[in-house]
Design a protein around this ligand. Structure first.
Ligand code: GDP
Ligand code: MG
Length: 253
């Protein structure tokens, strides 16, 4: 049995977005259907309790530090090389339902643009990271997203554009970058965030928001699927009843 989820990973309300201009949605709370479902069907909600999240972006933009700030609550850049795993597992509880994020980080292969398709495949959320002090890294964001989308279904994946190293740029510099990042987020239908792994600014809020939106999307997709299953059962049932009527009457006396 797994130990209980840490108290500070329990989510009751939908965390706020970073910028209303570039949010996946700006609703104050979880979708009512998701809330009702979690209240009444906790045990079946547990079925879709894991999501794969991939992190992409140019080398040295701060992807590893960003992940380790959240998972290890520290600013350390070499943690991954020492433990050598493909992903971090982070456990949450959302609306009373256990929910885990499998957060995939690269081991530096992005330097050579040779990321295996298995890294991208089956993601429910894609985080494209750029460095707020590097215009070039933002210009490359679109290409990273295109590569990741080749292995994913656009209708079932949530996109996030995250600018890192917020502590390094001046307010003016940041404003310029942010204007462009918000514009790109609108175009890509991604949610924009600015964070600093060094100070921790925005990191926890981002991961909570991302976990919540991914959970919400998972439950809504499952509700849609089960709705579709039920209506196709009804159609099948109706068809077979009609078929029965269409069948030629037995000539048997
Ligand atoms: P990755 O290649 O994208 O995984 O980048 P890393 O996480 O290894 O970070 C690259 C460099 O950026 C390292 O030298 C980090 O110390 C530095 N770095 C990462 N995040 C931040 C941040 O938020 N602020 C500052 N000042 N430096 C950072
Ligand atoms: Mg790295």
């Amino acid at each position: 049995m797994l130990p209980p989820v840490k108290k500070d990973r329990v989510i009751h309300r939908l965390p706020k977005c970073f910028s209303h201009a570039a949010a996946l949605h700006t609703k104050e709370d979880f979708h009512p259907a998701v809330k009702t479902f979690c209240q009444t069907n906790k045990s079946s909600a547990v079925r879709f309790n894991i999501a794969k999240v991939i992190v992409v972006g140019d080398v040295a933009v701060g992807k590893t530090c960003f992940i380790s700030r959240f998972c290890k609550e520290a600013f350390e850049k070499n943690y991954k090389a020492t433990i050598g795993v493909d992903f971090e597992m982070e456990r949450f509880e959302v609306l009373g339902v256990p929910f885990s994020l499998q957060i995939w980080d690269t081991a530096g292969q992005e330097r050579f643009k040779c990321i295996a398709s298995t890294y991208y495949r089956g993601a429910q959320a894609i985080i494209v990271v750029f460095d707020l002090s590097s215009v070039e890294s933002l210009a490359h964001a679109r290409q990273w997203l295109e590569d990741a989308m080749k292995e994913n279904d656009p209708s079932s994946v949530l996109l996030f554009l995250v600018g890192t190293k917020k502590d390094m740029s001046s307010a003016g510099q940041q404003e310029d970058m942010e204007r462009e990042a918000v514009r790109l987020s609108e175009e890509l239908k991604a949610e924009y965030w600015a964070v600093s792994a060094k100070s921790g600014d925005g990191v926890k809020n981002f991961f909570f928001r991302m976990a919540s939106l991914t959970f919400e999307a998972n439950v809504l997709a499952e509700l849609e699927r089960s709705g579709a299953r039920q209506s196709s059962d009804i159609i099948k049932l109706t068809e077979s009843t009609e078929d029965r009527h269409k069948r030629p009457k037995s000539r048997c006396c």
